[in-house]
Design a protein. Sequence first.
Length: 452
Amino acid sequence: MAAAERRIGPRAATALLLVEGYCSLAIEMIALRVLVPVAGQSVGVTSIVVTAFLAALALGYRAGGLFPGEVREKLGWNLAAAAVWSAFWLSRLGVALAFEATAWMPPAWQVAVYAAVGVGPAAYLLAETVVLLVASGARASASGKAGGAFSASTLGNVAGGLLTALVVMQHLGVAAAVALVSSLLLLAALGAWGRLDWRAWAAGVAAATMCGANLAAERDAFVLTTAHADYAVEETGAARRLRVNGQNASREDGAGTGHAYVERLEDGVYGNVPEGRPARVLVVGAGGFTFGRGRPAELARIVYVDVDDRLGEAADAFLGTARRSGTYVAVDGRAYLLRSEAKFDAIVLDAYADRTAMPGHLATREFFALARSRLAKDGTLHMNLIVPPGTDRLAARIDRTLRSVFAWCSAEAVGDARRWHNRVYACPRTGLDGDAAVYSDADTRADVDAWR
């Protein structure tokens, strides 16, 4: 006669649920972060990942309710499998393999495949554990057991949401966040099994190998990783380059010569310095703090804004013995303009969520109008737009949006137009800004306006 299965006590069940909740949301947030260098930060990417995660949760809850076997064994296997699965698919190698294998697909489909394969199974396994723990609990009303279980799991979610982004990824790195999740899940699996046997050893060795490789890869490839970005410094001949999420963000050669498009932006700013005082310049998208290097320091007072409060550390590693110029404020560019009433002679917009896409909230008519309101009377908005060869819907619509706010905008292509290249805009503030009138055969305004 088979021995009755030993129930999981209420304290142990609560502890397992807290770990499950923490790791569940941490996996989702880490997945969104590791996608940034390959897919960018956008509502679309977030929507796909969250949808895949919720679908997997629904399937896992259903499967957990139908499971007929021994709960402890199943819990142990689920938690150990989630630990190993997460250790691989949240690693640099796992993400790279997923996107290389799906390179022939449209970007949105690549994200969907990664979310379904890399994130979904772990969410499914963890959702099952919640229902299994409800079933294994002490005798109580169904509503009481379910309420207690989902309460503990949700509290774990809260901890995972706060600690993963604000503490672990931001100060220890992305690979450390993956290792922490995998370690917690392995400890939970060991607690569920109640003994250290070959299954725990196998899962532990597999997860430790993958997490160790991921930690080493992150350490060797980047000078810093945070919740916002990966920062790498490359030596290229006579110059150094700062790469942010794979994007070639800044160049430093000791003489202050930056990328060609940055030199064009600087020409526009330093060629219109007000008489008798330095220009007040706001740079949205700080990069390596190299804007204006090589130009007379007394001609401009620069304020840099960017989202990462640790960007200065990466810039210091990039600049070496050179000193950073200007003042840095760690805040989103749009939030800064909303909070500050300061007027600027020039606002330089050079912020990118990934290699080719501006953050969506910095490409809207409302944002351009906000930027215009913070320009001095004769101020100018300067913008860098990365565009592909030929026609492009995104570039065309950003151009149209910009011109719906500014009446006059010059645009200059910098680089080989047969490849991805830069388009540099200069949009001065004028009295005609916002004028949407167009001429047609039905009126004679063109003739009247000619009497200027």
